[in-house]
Design a protein around this ligand. Structure first.
Ligand SMILES: Cc1cc2nc3c(=O)[nH]c(=O)nc-3n(C[C@H](O)[C@H](O)[C@H](O)COP(=O)(O)OP(=O)(O)OC[C@H]3O[C@@H](n4cnc5c(N)ncnc54)[C@H](O)[C@@H]3O)c2cc1C
Length: 372
C-alpha cells in the first residue's frame, strides 16, 4: 500500500470536520459528505477540557474555540446543597490557553465550519453514501446525489448511529445504559468560575457549567427505567422534578427551567468497538467507533484527538501502517474514557456497589492531560 492522497470523510460533525482540517493541513486532498442538508446542531452547551484545547490548537483553531466559549477554573464536586466537597482545578496543556471550557455546540460548529470554508475543503450537504466497495487498492463510493468517487481511504465520522459502522461491523449497536440526560441553558451568576457537579441524590446527579459571561447550562443525569419517551410538552416539568431537592446555585437555577421546547433530553447510549476500528481502507473515528456517556465530558475531545492522530499517521506512512499506528495511539485511551464514563453511571444507578467517583474522575482527567 502507498500513502493516502485522496480521502472521503462521511459526516460533517466534530470528528469529521476536525479530520478534514487535519488532513488538508497535511497536504491530503479531502472531501466531506454530510447527510443533514441544514447542517444543524443542538443548541445546548458542551463541557471540554485541556486535551480538547490542545487537539484543536494542533489544527490552528484552539484560540478561536477559547474565544467562542467561556474558560473556567475546573470541576468541583458538591453536596446536594452546593457545599464544595472537592476541587479538581484544570491544568493547561497549551501555554497561553486555558484548560476547562464551556461552549455551545453551535459555537463549536461555527469554529470548525469557518476553518473548513477558509481552507476551501469541499463539503456536500444533504448527501451520504449509497454503497462502499473496498477494491483493495482503492475504495469506490456511490452517493445519494447520483455521483460516484474513488478514494485511497474512507473515514466514517457519522456519529453514534453510524451507517458506516453498520456496514463494517453490523453486530455493533449502541446500547441504552439505563440513564438519560436533561439539559437547559439559563442565566448564570456573575462570579461563577467553576463547573459544579452535585452528587449524592439517589440514582443520579446534576450540575451546571458556564457557557458565556451571561449564560450557563444545567445538566441532570438520572436513571430512566425502561428508556421512556416523554411527551414534548412535559419536558420542562419532568426536568424540574428531577432537580427537586437541590439547594445552592443549582436549586436557584432550576426555577428557570420553564420552556419545554428548550429542554434537550437524550437517553444515554454507548457503543465501544474493540480494536481495530477499520476494515481494509475504511476506518471509523469519534462516536462511530467509541460512543460513550457524557459523564467525563470527553466525547468531543476524543473525536478531535482521533482526527488529529489519524491525520498525522496518514501523512507519515502508507495506509495500512498508518491505520495500525492510529489504533496503537488511540484504542486504550478512548476505551479508558468510554468504560470509565459507563462505570460512573453504573455507580449512580447502583449506589450499593459504588466506588469513588471523585477519585476516578480526577484520575482520568490527569491521564488525559498526558499527550496522545
Ligand atoms: C446533547 C449532547 C450533549 C453533549 N455534551 C457533551 C459534552 O458536554 N462534552 C463532550 O465532549 N461531548 C458531549 N457530547 C458528545 C459529543 O457531541 C460527541 O461525542 C461528538 O460530537 C462526537 O463527534 P462525532 O464527529 O463522532 O459525531 P457528531 O458530532 O455527532 O457528528 C456526526 C455527523 O455525521 C452526520 N451523519 C450522520 N449519519 C450520516 C451519514 N450516514 N452520512 C453522512 N453524514 C452523516 C451527522 O449529521 C453529524 O453531522 C454531547 C452530545 C449530545 C448529543
Amino acid at each position: 500500500m502507498s500513502k493516502a492522497r485522496n480521502i472521503l470523510v462521511i459526516g460533517g460533525g466534530v470528528g469529521g470536520l476536525a479530520a478534514a482540517i487535519g488532513l488538508h493541513q497535511q497536504g491530503v486532498e479531502v472531501e466531506v459528505v454530510e447527510r443533514d442538508k441544514d447542517w444543524k446542531v443542538y443548541h445546548v452547551g458542551i463541557i471540554v477540557q485541556a486535551n480538547f484545547v490542545r487537539a484543536l490548537n494542533v489544527l490552528g483553531i484552539g484560540d478561536a474555540a477559547v474565544k467562542a466559549g467561556y474558560a473556567y477554573r475546573g470541576a468541583r464536586f458538591c453536596d446536594l446543597d452546593g457545599r464544595v466537597l472537592k476541587e479538581l482545578p484544570g491544568e493547561t496543556a497549551v501555554d497561553g490557553l486555558p484548560s476547562d471550557l464551556g461552549l455551545t455546540r453551535p459555537a463549536l460548529h461555527k469554529v470548525l465550519t469557518e476553518k473548513v470554508r477558509e481552507l476551501g475543503i469541499p463539503v456536500r450537504l444533504g448527501v451520504t453514501f449509497e454503497s462502499i466497495e473496498d477494491r483493495g487498492d482503492r475504495v469506490d463510493v456511490s452517493f445519494t446525489d447520483g455521483t460516484k468517487g474513488s478514494y485511497d481511504l474512507v473515514i466514517g465520522a457519522d456519529g453514534n448511529y453510524s451507517a458506516a459502522r453498520k456496514l463494517l461491523f453490523p453486530d455493533a449497536v449502541p446500547r441504552y445504559t439505563g440513564q438519560g440526560v436533561w439539559r437547559y441553558n439559563v442565566p448564570r451568576p456573575q462570579d461563577l468560575e467553576w463547573s459544579d457537579l452535585y452528587i449524592g441524590k439517589d440514582k443520579g446527579k446534576a450540575g451546571y457549567c458556564p457557557l458565556t459571561p451571561e449564560d450557563m447550562y444545567i445538566f441532570a443525569v438520572f436513571e430512566e427505567p425502561g428508556n421512556p419517551r416523554f411527551a414534548p410538552e412535559t419536558l420542562a416539568d419532568e426536568m424540574r422534578r428531577r432537580l427537586e431537592g437541590y439547594g445552592g446555585i443549582l436549586g436557584e437555577a432550576a426555577r428557570h427551567v420553564t420552556d419545554p421546547a428548550l429542554v434537550v433530553y437524550r437517553p444515554l447510549e454507548a457503543c465501544i468497538l474493540p480494536s481495530p476500528w477499520y476494515r481494509g481502507r475504511v476506518v471509523l473515528i469519534g462516536d462511530a467507533a467509541h460512543s460513550a456517556t457524557p459523564h467525563l465530558g470527553q466525547g468531543a475531545a476524543m473525536a478531535i484527538e482521533d482526527a488529529v492522530v489519524l491525520a498525522e499517521e496518514i501523512a507519515a506512512r502508507d495506509v495500512e501502517d498508518a491505520l495500525d499506528a492510529f489504533m496503537q495511539r488511540r484504542f486504550e485511551r478512548a476505551k479508558l474514557v468510554g468504560t470509565s464514563s459507563i462505570q460512573l453511571g453504573e455507580w449512580e444507578m447502583h449506589p450499593e456497589t459504588a466506588g469513588d467517583p471523585i477519585e476516578l474522575t480526577d484520575r482520568i482527567r490527569k491521564a488525559l492531560a498526558e499527550p496522545v
